[in-house]
Design a protein around this ligand. Structure first.
Ligand SMILES: Cc1cc2nc3c(=O)[nH]c(=O)nc-3n(C[C@H](O)[C@H](O)[C@H](O)COP(=O)(O)O)c2cc1C
Length: 178
């Protein structure tokens, strides 16, 4: 089981949560700091496709920005998930692999009776729909809510939980409307 974590954080040096989550992963998990690799947004598509082809479990890790992701992740999708490779009648390169979203919303108000209204999983629907298109298994996302104010102890627990989650032999797959 080969796991690769693509971290999309504009500046991991100033990050508290995503840096800690990535740093707590065991050495056998490859972590790629995508903004460091591609500060100019010019993604090496062949290289990134090779990384994905080689992995069984693909993790997209990022802080929630504007109820979505930082911009480089969108660019990565636009460039790397090519027609005829990731989707289309001959595009089966990612079929059967696991896709894990690991997102950290700064706020903790993602519920019907709270300000943000929508559950985080609802806001992740574009990723779930994309997963369906590219034939990956959409694993139950790993969500760190309240990332802007999370306490030291709680962050340490979350770091441990993340490492445990990503090293599990099998992960739960999210239902279409969960
Ligand atoms: C440009 C920008 C947009 C953000 N948008 C959201 C948002 O829509 N919802 C939210 O809960 N937090 C939002 N945040 C807060 C970040 O999600 C939070 O700072 C981050 O998850 C903390 O992780 P880090 O310590 O790794 O940077 C935003 C932060 C920035 C800088």
């Amino acid at each position: 089981m080969k796991t690769v974590v693509l971290v999309f954080h504009p500046d991991l040096n100033t990050s508290r949560v995503n840096r800690a989550l990535a740093a707590g992963l065991p050495a056998e998990i490859e972590v790629r700091d995508m903004y460091q690799l591609y500060p100019d947004f010019k993604i090496d598509v062949a290289q990134e496709q090779a990384v994905l082809a080689d992995a069984d479990r693909i993790v997209l890790q990022f802080p929630m920005y504007w109820y979505s992701s930082p911009a480089l992740l969108k660019q990565w999708e636009d460039d790397v998930l090519e027609y005829g490779w990731a989707y289309g009648s001959k595009g089966d390169a990612l079929h059967g692999k696991e896709l894990v979203i690991a997102v950290s919303p700064g706020a903790d108000n993602y519920d019907r009776d709270k300000f943000a209204k929508y559950h985080v999983t609802e806001l992740l629907r574009p990723f779930q729909a994309t997963s369906r298109l590219i034939g990956t298994k959409f694993v139950k996302p790993f969500i760190t809510v309240g990332a802007s104010t999370i306490g030291k102890e709680q962050l340490e627990q979350q770091v441990q939980a993340y490492a445990t989650y990503l090293t599990q032999a099998t992960l739960p797959v999210l239902g279409d409307f969960e």
